[in-house]
Design a protein around this ligand. Structure first.
Ligand SMILES: [Zn+2]
Length: 118
């Protein structure tokens, strides 16, 4: 298990401990822990693997694959983070959400190379 924050978050999600990863993220960014559910809300017709509903602070994921996909979870957590930041109007763009997720994945890959994590 990685010791650093970003690699640890990715590792937890990859190992099916997505709720733990979200709790850790929420603690680190000082926001409430978002709810997490499998199954996208009704009317969600595009091919997204996940979505975030600010009204009930819920991250919804398409299926169990998406549940264990760090990119999907971190992308949606970014929307949660932006919604609950002081600057509520600015929820952050899709591009920024992707960038946020990518930074975690890169940190995980780097840690894996250094520590030969499995
Ligand atoms: Zn998004």
């Amino acid at each position: 298990m990685p010791a650093e924050f970003k690699p640890l978050v990715v590792w937890l999600i990859l190992n099916g401990k997505t709720e733990e990863a979200l709790a850790l993220l929420a603690e680190n960014y000082r926001v409430n822990v978002p709810k997490l559910k499998i199954g996208l809300p009704k009317g969600h017709t595009n091919r997204a693997y996940g979505c975030y509903t600010p009204k009930n602070a819920t991250i919804s994921v398409l299926n169990s694959d998406a549940f264990g996909n760090p990119f999907v979870i971190l992308h949606e957590f970014y929307h949660h983070l932006r919604t609950h930041s002081v600057d509520k109007q600015h929820k952050g763009t899709e591009k920024n959400a992707d960038k946020f997720a990518t930074e975690f994945l890169q940190a995980y890959e780097a840690a894996k190379r250094r520590q030969s994590l499995s």
